[in-house]
Design a protein around this ligand. Structure first.
Ligand SMILES: [Mg+2]
Length: 368
């Protein structure tokens, strides 16, 4: 009888586990049964820590797949799943009239994520440009309602894409907030850019350091791209072969374990490394509502549109406040606290355009 043993050991003997896989002389060994095996009893030492680490990395890769669905499957069960999901998260375009009815008598305030919401997800994050048509629509939106961009990106970077001075910007997951730099009806005339809020200032040197370490660490993974977003670091894997996701997850986690004051979250094809402070897009939404004078205000109707897991903090905040609504941008069914859905940035543009047209029509009616 040939016996192969796989030993799983740990520094603490009490925690040692041994898995013995006994393989009898079955037909697959018949041809060589008469020859002595070079290693009759092969012990492969694997530390328990390593096993747990592998499980952790596998869970991380599963999570990467869940937050970055790329393979629509058109099986009947998938189609049923999608129909059922749409019933619970109907299209915001189909439900436009109902949404307007719910906002009657209230001030609509718009919150927009950037990547995957106003711009398509593209391979090079530095080229995630929004269309001129989308820019025109967002400009008209900002003339109709207070409007904020809430993004994981560095504020300066997202501003270079959007180029609209009329908006509020909450960069680095809301850790870097500024108001409009041009006067509008929602900005009391100040043209000077004023930093409204930067709750993670003390983390700047650490973020710079972890950015440099991650650039070095992920060099060996083709397609990985590290971006310094000032108050957080993004590791994009849009261009990384799915077979290499596990390797990348391992690299990122090995760096992060040296920085207990930073935490790892996941977005759509991106790891986000950010300070452990209790601040997220939901808190940024609340902060902006207060800054706009809507603290404890019943007649405000915030609308948040986003496609990322990190946007769920804002969807949940709205649900908890019982005010306004969240709209998830996704072609695929996903667990979400958003009430409605839109499939892609093009639909977001159509929805924003309808809001603008409705506002203009209602203003015309009022002025008659
Ligand atoms: Mg996004």
């Amino acid at each position: 009888m040939t016996k192969q043993n796989l030993m799983v050991s740990d520094a603490n003997p009490a925690l040692n586990m041994a898995i013995s896989a006994s393989v009898s002389n079955s037909s697959i060994f018949t041809a060589t049964a008469h020859k002595p095996l070079p290693m009759p009893s092969a012990y492969i030492p694997i530390t328990r820590r390593k096993v747990l680490k592998n499980l952790e990395i596998n869970a991380c890769v599963d999570s990467m797949r869940a937050s970055s669905p790329t393979h629509p499957k058109s099986t009947p069960s998938r189609a049923e799943e999608h129909s059922s999901w749409i019933l619970h998260h109907p299209s915001a375009l189909d439900m436009f009239e109902q949404i307007i009815d719910a906002s009657k008598g209230k001030q609509i305030v718009m919150f927009l994520d950037y990547d995957g919401t106003l711009s398509p997800i593209v391979n090079d994050p530095d080229r995630a440009f929004m269309s001129d048509q989308m820019r025109k629509t967002v400009r008209k939106l900002a003339m109709s309602f207070p409007t904020a961009i809430v993004t994981g990106r560095c504020r300066d970077k997202v501003y270079s894409f959007v180029r609209l001075a009329e908006l509020y910007y909450a960069g680095s997951h809301g850790m870097d907030i500024t108001g409009p730099t041009t006067s509008s009806k929602y900005n009391k005339g100040s043209k000077a850019e004023a930093i409204l809020f930067q709750p993670a200032n003390e983390f700047l040197p650490m973020i710079d350091e972890v950015y440099r370490v991650l650039v070095e660490k992920t060099k060996s993974t083709p397609g990985a791209m590290v971006e310094n977003n000032k108050f957080c670091v993004s590791v994009h894997y849009r261009c990384v072969d799915e077979k290499k996701w596990s390797e990348l997850a391992h690299q990122v986690k090995s760096v992060l374990k040296e920085y207990p004051k930073l935490r790892l979250t996941q977005g759509r094809k991106v790891f986000e490394i950010r300070p452990t402070i209790k601040w997220d897009k939901g808190k940024a939404l609340e902060f902006l509502l207060e800054s706009l004078g809507f603290a404890n205000c019943a007649d405000v109707f915030p609308v948040y549109i986003g496609d990322d897991r990190t946007d769920e903090d804002a969807f949940k905040k709205l649900r908890d406040r019982g005010q306004g609504l969240g709209i998830l941008v996704s072609k695929f069914p996903r667990d979400t606290c958003a009430s409605y859905s839109l499939q892609e940035p093009e639909e977001v543009k159509d929805f924003l355009q309808r809001l603008v047209e409705w506002k203009q029509a209602s203003q015309r009616t009022c002025s008659k």
